[in-house]
Design a protein around this ligand. Structure first.
Ligand code: AMP
Length: 121
């Protein structure tokens, strides 16, 4: 997948459209999902142009990788998600229904989240 710099998260990173910011540092940005699926539904994105979790894992610098995982911990701690638990989801590609082709981690919590996958027909 080639990186499309017109994707909506690229526009958020450039400040062309707003977001409900939760956390930011030199390497990551986190903001509330516009259509939350749980009481807490945050999207964490790297600032670099990575399309999927495996693109990020393969091509990000050690500093970017460390910053990303550190940000998960910061958010989980700030939002008090650790005690009751939370879920991280990274949809990648068509079969996972990835809508935005800029790698993002969904961080969900605040209620029991149910089974990992919807029941399939
Ligand atoms: P995915 O299906 O994993 O690609 O998830 C994309 C997510 O981005 C969805 O949960 C959308 O609700 C969310 N989303 C799309 N546009 C925005 C936006 N402008 N601000 C915040 N979240 C957004």
């Amino acid at each position: 997948m080639n990186y499309d710099n017109q994707n909506i998260f690229a526009k958020i990173l450039r400040g062309e459209i707003p977001c409900d910011k939760i956390y930011e540092n030199d390497h990551v940005l986190a903001f509330n999902d516009i259509t939350p699926q749980a009481p807490t539904h945050i999207l964490l994105i790297p600032k670099g142009p990575y399309t999927t979790i495996n693109d990020f894992g393969k091509n990000a610098t050690a500093e970017e990788l460390k910053a990303f995982y550190a940000a998960i911990d910061t958010i989980v701690t700030d939002k008090n998600l650790e005690k009751d638990g939370f879920r991280c989801i990274a949809n990648s590609g068509r079969n996972a229904g990835q809508e935005v082709p800029h790698f993002h981690m969904h961080i969900l919590g605040g209620k029991p989240l149910g089974p990992m996958l919807q029941a399939q027909k």
